[in-house]
Design a protein around this ligand. Sequence first.
Ligand SMILES: [Zn+2]
Ligand SMILES: [Zn+2]
Length: 132
Amino acid sequence: MIKERNTKQKTVILSAVRSAKIHPTAEQVHAMVLADMPNISLGTVYRNLNHMAELGQIRRISVTNSPDRFDGDLSPHHHICCSECGEFNDRFDLPYDKSLDTLAEKKTGYKITRHETVFYGLCKNCKKSIKN
Ligand SMILES: [Zn+2]
Ligand SMILES: [Zn+2]
C-alpha cells in the first residue's frame, strides 16, 4: 500500500514539474499536486523533488536570493531571471557553448557533463517602470 502511494506521488510530482513551464519552486509544485493529492505535505514534495534531481530525472536550479527551482526539461539550455519581479524563463535561443565544457575539462581534469548559465537583469516590464 505504502509503495503504491509513493509511486503515485512520484508520478504526479514528476508530471507536474515536466508540464510546468515556470520552473516551479517546491511550494509551487506542492500547490499544483494538491488537486490530485489533497493530503500531501510540502515536506514530502520537497523530498521527492530532491530525490528526482539526484536521479537526474529533473534538474534543480539554484537562484540567487530565492528558493531553488526545478526544471523538467533536461536538454541543454540557459535561463534568464529578472532580479526585480523574479520572472524566470528558458532561453533556447542563446547558444550552448561546448568549448566552455572542453576548457573546463582541460583546466580541472574533470569529465564535464554540462554547465548551466542563469542571466540576471531587468525584464522589459521592470526596465520600463524603473525608467519612469
Ligand atoms: Zn521583471
Ligand atoms: Zn529551463
